[in-house]
Design a protein around this ligand. Sequence first.
Ligand code: 5GP
Length: 191
Amino acid sequence: MQLLKDRIVKDGKVRSGNVLKVDSFLNHQLDITLFGEIGKEFKRRFADQTVTKILTIEASGIGIACIAAQYFNVPVVFAKKNQTKNIAGDVYTSQVESYTHGRIYDIIVSKDFLKPEDKILLIDDFLANGAALIGLINLIKDAGATLVGAGIVIEKGFQDGGKLVRDSGVRVESLAIIDSMGTDTGIVFRD
Ligand code: 5GP
């Protein structure tokens, strides 16, 4: 998606640890006009699929998922991150290691909001090592729901997540795939 790639080049900042900062439009200040275009593009790419629900993970995925959901006309469910081991109630849970914070979280979704008849589209801001996405996929499996695919805004193609998830048979549509990035070399996208 050229509009997104141009924005990443213009406003993205490469940080140590292979972290791309996109706080000015995606992760802190949110460019809702751009989010609208992102939502339309996800709808275009998954136009052949029936989607009944979008699933994402707090916090950065929520805004993107909500705008995308307007084009699919479906509800959004977000997995909550929980650091305690004492999870009460009727929930699906899975463990995720946070890429940016290096911590392990339990993620939880109430059993009320993931049902076997659901056809789920996953949406997230970044795909790096795949831990977040795999955690979400596990929740869907536990619920017996159908996974339609995953829509990712920025995939860091030089990390393992994309291959891992695609090799497991999941359709992943990433709007910008970065093949390499460095403070000197800049950001190189896959075509
Ligand atoms: P993964 O679980 O695939 O390793 O990482 C995905 C999650 O980590 C995303 O939900 C995102 O919040 C965060 N993340 C991973 N890499 C980056 C990055 O380079 N920049 C930012 N801003 N977030 C990242």
